[in-house]
Structure formats: structure tokens, C-alpha cells
Design a protein around this ligand. Structure first.
Ligand code: OAD
Ligand code: ZN
Length: 273
């Protein structure tokens, strides 16, 4: 006899085969199986700090050295990790949809760049990217994936020790005006960039099937997309190892790790890779 999960997966696949504009929202949980700690789960602390205490303008103003050490640590960590089966399945599904002339877009709250590395093209990184920086003076935005990002950060960023502060002049600088740069990331208390919000708005309007993967659904505006779409009766599938505020409005809740469930949901065969 088919289990209820098998039935749900079959139902979801039927919806997917009829969808014309699939929208996927991902959070830290999709990268958990790549070995990147989530924000609110175990492993969410760096030194004595919660990530959410360091990802703020106040923390950066108080100690650019501390905040840069934290981001340097995360940049170097992500470099050693690989996209997992969930990221890869999404990239493959996008290709399949494109071939069929249908839309398939991913909005991610993650700054780890793993969707890009997996090959996803239609991607909105709504909170920015660890490998982009922005000048605190002239506002110039540029990619910077140097390792380390500057000499003074070499061998720094360890989560276990609290070394002396690095002088501001030795922290990462703008290639145009030589002023201090910051990670090009939306911090707590900051607004998502207008151009990004516009792109998201457009995708929400076009969406006829929504998939929410690995997010605790507590940080807005992303946490609100499911209810906006539920009001329009758009089918919603949630994939998570826990229940969240989105679970009660989702049409389907698939309970389990994304790397296992996403390839099945999207009918992507990754066995030969
Ligand atoms: P959270 O750490 O809040 O939530 C991660 C979610 O992933 C939780 O609901 C977990 O149950 C789930 N999860 C963990 N492992 C999983 C797995 N293998 N498969 C599926 N689900 C899994 O992370 P986000 O929701 O992404 O913002 O957090 C949202 C934002 O708050 C982040 O983008 C960040 C953060 O502070 C900024 O940095 C601006
Ligand atoms: Zn500058």
C-alpha cells in the first residue's frame, strides 16, 4: 500500500507538471546538508555571539574588525563546502522547465552562493552574497572572492579565540576610493534593496506553484510570501525538518531533509552523478 508521503509526492508532481511559473524560496536549511550551520539551529553561535547580533550596522560601527572576522570565517567555510543534491536538483529542474518554455525561479535568503555554484541561473539572492562587498563611502558594489579577502585577516576568524582588533586601515578596502568596505549583505534593521524587491514582486505575481525549503519562516519579508500566495489559492509545498509558521498554510508539508526530498519532488535523477 502506498504511504501517505508517496501519495503526497505523486499529487505534488502532478501539480508541478501543470505549473507554468514555479517559484522556490530557500533558507539556511537547504545548505545544512552541505555542512553550513543554520542561523537558529545548533551551531548557530560564533564565539559568544549569535549570528543575528553580528549581522547589524551597529555591530559593524562598533567593531568593523570583529564583524569582518566573522564574515571572513563564513567566506572561508563556504569555500570548503559543495552544493548538495537539493541545490543540484533545483538547477536541473530549472533547465527542464526552460526547455519546456516555462518559468522556474529561485529566491534565496542565503548568502552562501551555493545555488549559483549548482548552476541555478534564475536566482534572486535577496539578502546579498558573501563574496560581494560595498564601499561605506562611495557605495561602489563589487565582487571580491579573494582568499583571504585581505592580508590582516589571514588565519583570523577562528570561532574559539578572541584576538586583538585589526586596525580599520588594514581591513578590506574599496578598489575605487580606498575606503572601508562592508559585506554586501542585508543586515538586521536594513531594508531589502528596491530592485530586488521589484523582481520578487514580479515573480510572486506570476507564480502558480510555490515551494518553500529550509526556512524557519520568521524573518520578513520572505516569511510573508506564503500567506500572500495562499490568499490567491496558489498551491504551496513546504520542505523542512520541523514545522514552521508556514506549515499551517502550506498545501503540502514534506517532513525531512531537503537533499533527500527535493530530487524526489522535482523528479530529478541524481543517481549517476
Ligand atoms: P533559520 O536558521 O532561521 O532556519 C533554518 C530552517 O531550516 C529551520 O526551519 C530548520 O528546521 C530547517 N532545516 C534545517 N536543516 C534542514 C534540512 N536538512 N532540510 C530542510 N530543512 C532544514 O534560517 P533562515 O530561515 O534561512 O538573514 O533564516 C532567515 C534569515 O534570518 C537569514 O537569511 C538570515 C537570518 O538571520 C540575514 O542574514 C539578513
Ligand atoms: Zn569607495
Amino acid at each position: 500500500m502506498a504511504s501517505s508521503t508517496t501519495v503526497k509526492i505523486a499529487e505534488f508532481r502532478r501539480l508541478l507538471s501543470h505549473a507554468h511559473s514555479v517559484l522556490v524560496l530557500t533558507g539556511a536549511g537547504i545548505s545544512a546538508e552541505s555542512g553550513i550551520p543554520t542561523f537558529r539551529g545548533a551551531g548557530g553561535l560564533w564565539r559568544q555571539f549569535k549570528a543575528t547580533d553580528l549581522a547589524t550596522q551597529t555591530a559593524f560601527a562598533r567593531s568593523p574588525s570583529l564583524v569582518w572576522e566573522f564574515y571572513h570565517y563564513r567566506r572561508e567555510l563556504v569555500r570548503t563546502k559543495q552544493p548538495n543534491k537539493a541545490h543540484i536538483a533545483l538547477a536541473k529542474a530549472e533547465k527542464r522547465f526552460e526547455k519546456e518554455g516555462k518559468r522556474f525561479n529561485v529566491i534565496t535568503q542565503n548568502v552562501d552562493g551555493l545555488h549559483r555554484r549548482a548552476g541555478t541561473k534564475n536566482l534572486i539572492e535577496m539578502h546579498g552574497n558573501l563574496f560581494m562587498v560595498q564601499c561605506t563611502l562611495c557605495q561602489f558594489i563589487e565582487e571580491n572572492d579573494s582568499s583571504p579577502i585581505c592580508e590582516s585577516l589571514r588565519n583570523r576568524g577562528s570561532p574559539d579565540v578572541n584576538p586583538p582588533e585589526i586596525d580599520e586601515k588594514d581591513l578590506p578596502r574599496c578598489t575605487k576610493c580606498k575606503s572601508l568596505v562592508r559585506p554586501h549583505i542585508v543586515w538586521f534593521g536594513e531594508h531589502i534593496w528596491d530592485d530586488v524587491l521589484e523582481k520578487i514582486q514580479k515573480e510572486i505575481q506570476l507564480c502558480d506553484l510555490f515551494i518553500v525549503i529550509g526556512t524557519s519562516s520568521v524573518v520578513y519579508p520572505a516569511a510573508g510570501y506564503a500567506s500572500i500566495l495562499a490568499e490567491r489559492n496558489i498551491p504551496i509545498a513546504e520542505v523542512n525538518i520541523e514545522t514552521t509558521p508556514s506549515t499551517s498554510i502550506a498545501t503540502y508539508h514534506f517532513h525531512g531533509p531537503a537533499a533527500q526530498i527535493i530530487p524526489q519532488l522535482l523528479s530529478v535523477n541524481l543517481n549517476n552523478e
